[in-house]
Design a protein around this ligand. Structure first.
Ligand code: GLP
Length: 251
């Protein structure tokens, strides 16, 4: 594993996906051990699945305790029912919550069936703030540079809000559905301000298809057209990527 420091960013380049998952889990458990009541910001997508598996293993071996942990997920499709197996609620239960000693009542995911979206967004934002903010926010990155579901655009949206998904995102996420027509076209997501208010950020990426965007987000200019580029302005960012995702950056 290589370690590079770039401004405020601590970058770990791992040999492969497994090592990325292990290193990610280590960064999270370090925070959990430091805090009496840890607040985690969590992400979905294919990338963090291995890290969640590692956290489950550590929990089963009594190496980490989630009993006092609260979580806030970045996003949820809209509209989607919790029980739908494509919902991020379902994903989180399947891939993490059902297998660790967390109190499910301390887990938060935007409500994909909210009738009043503005109210739901405001409440979500308030809840994060009232608890004192997120200690560590896990992020993946979309191939178009999105974080959460903050798609490329002309402005950085500060707070939790509803978005129309980018064509690229719908195409990328079609692999989880039986056809592209089934991919929801809208979602609720934490805003860029919500994400930036986390005390620490942990971004994970794996695979060659992320290598171009990783280079742009780290070395390009900060622009809402590449939402993840805003992380250049966050004071405490850890980036854990495998060699394939780092391949353009290292050229
Ligand atoms: C998804 C999620 C993001 C995630 C990204 C990358 O649609 N909304 O939070 O980071 O796209 O997904 P993957 O890890 O599957 O490449």
């Amino acid at each position: 594993m290589k370690n590079i420091k770039l401004f405020n960013m601590n970058i770990f380049i791992t040999d492969d996906y497994e090592q990325m998952s292990q290193k990610g889990a280590e960064v999270i458990t370090d925070i959990i051990k430091q805090k009496e009541r840890p607040i985690l910001g969590l992400a979905t997508g294919g990338t963090p699945v291995g890290m969640y598996k590692e956290l489950i293993r550590m929990n089963k071996e009594n190496k980490v305790d989630f009993s006092t942990t609260t979580t806030f997920n970045l996003d949820e499709y809209y509209p989607i029912d919790k029980e739908n197996n494509q919902s991020y609620y379902y994903f989180m239960k399947e891939n993490l919550f059902d297998h660790i000693n967390i109190n499910i009542e301390n887990t938060n995911i935007p409500n994909g069936m909210a009738v009043d979206i503005e109210e739901e967004s405001k409440l979500y934002e308030q809840k994060v703030r009232e608890i004192g903010g997120v200690d560590i926010q896990v992020l993946g990155i979309g191939s178009n540079g999105h974080i959460g579901f903050n798609e490329p655009g002309d402005v950085f949206e500060p707070e939790t809000h509803k978005v129309s998904l980018d064509k690229q995102t719908i195409a990328d996420n079609a692999r989880f559905f039986s056809s592209i027509e089934e991919v929801p076209t809208e979602a609720l997501t934490m805003g860029i301000g919500t994400i930036m208010s986390a005390k620490k950020i942990l971004l994970l990426a794996s695979g060659k298809n992320k290598s171009e965007i990783i280079k742009k987000m780290l070395l390009g200019k900060v622009t809402p057209h590449i939402p993840a580029s805003i992380l250049q302005f966050h004071p405490d960012v850890t980036i854990v990527i495998d060699q394939d995702a780092a391949s353009e950056l290292l050229k």
